[in-house]
Write a protein that binds this ligand. Sequence first.
Ligand code: PMP
Length: 460
Amino acid sequence: MADSGLTNSRIVASYREKTPGSAGLAKQAMELLPSGIAHDARYLEPYGIYVERAKGPHKWDVDGNRYVDYFGGHGALLLGHNHPKVIEAARQALETGTHFGANHPAEVRWAEAIQRLVPSAERVRFTSSGTEATLMAVRLARAFTGRETLVRFKTHFHGWHDHMTSGYASHFDGSATPGVLQGVAGKVILLEPGDLAAVSACLAGSGDIAAIILEPTGGSFGLVPNRPEFVQGLRRLTEKHGVLLILDEVVTGFRVSSGGAQTAFGVRPDLSSFAKIVAGGLPGAAVAGRKEILDRLDFAATRREGQEKIQHPGTYNANPVSAAAGAAALEIIRTSDACARANRTAGDIRTALNLALERQHVPWAAYGTYSGFHLFMNPKGRPISPSKFDPFAVGYDELKAQPTALANKLRLAMLINGVDVTGRIGGVVSATHGPDDVGETAAAFENSIEMLKREGELPA
Ligand code: PMP
């Protein structure tokens, strides 16, 4: 076990007692997969739960334990697990064929569904993941502008390709992370999140900026929040300097509002990346935006303009099952109050968690916007009042810093109490989470704090 704080822990002992089936699978997985896992966010000491099935806001592990789920398919499941209409669309698609190696009707319906909700999506190109979507967005921006440098903001996440690894969780000086060429990392300028003056100076000082990319509501869905005015200001500055604005709406798309953060903020980006919700909980993603930019992928347009076309194959681009599920999910989102409901419930969760913190006299805070929540664990011991916490008054380094061992134990305690929160202690809320889930979550949180107190991790 990497963390000695977890040995001789009653929390760890109870977790092990409750999850013997997961422990057995984890032991096998350790011999097969690095760290026994398939995604870094699933790393947990001593091991994570193994989930067998899910429905609505809940999931069940192999030991039959039920959890209120705040991973939400890493943000893909605004409609909760297994929405009947999405599953039916996917099932019908499965029965007719999983890959035609040809154009198919569902991809047309899927692109139409995106365009109906996102007016800036004049053209859409499907990819398999959000990482591929932001990679293509950057390539399009470079080809279109003839410039090389990309501006990003510290803490903002855009997937794991080579342009996006520095400055998200580490390497805030812009140096390359392991396996990435310094020449690639060196073409990325990392700026302070929220600092329009820095952006203005950067764009004025360099003629080589192809694009700015950002998460519109802030790094990691508002863990380090942005104000809408920041995004609006970026639009003005990028227009002034002929730089492209790429909104990475992989999480915020079809979640913040049915038209994403761009609709909520009244900003029309040049390009957007979408994934997660866009494919209804199946693998799938898209880059979308101005026709003249996506024309760099178009055979006839590039021929006409005498340009070299950007190549873009991809075996699973717009695969029929994801296309069917995605189109069905987007139609439900367009015609229901799913976004508003999830936003409201997340607000109730933040309030309930803060009330629990105040009752327990713990100087942490639940915060967030739209359908997300984050826990500030106050690494510098600031005197704060949970309900009144203002994340804008705290630097990104402090918002990001989390006592790893304590967060790990808190997560285990929440699992023991039937709630699955993310490793950074937070989560995304779906339209299927209801008042009972909010109540269960608040009670689990308060129990977990009491367990941490009993273990001497927090003052009694
Ligand atoms: N951008 C953002 C804002 C994301 O949150 C993510 C994934 N969490 C990605 C890009 C990468 O998407 P994917 O995991 O589908 O590659």
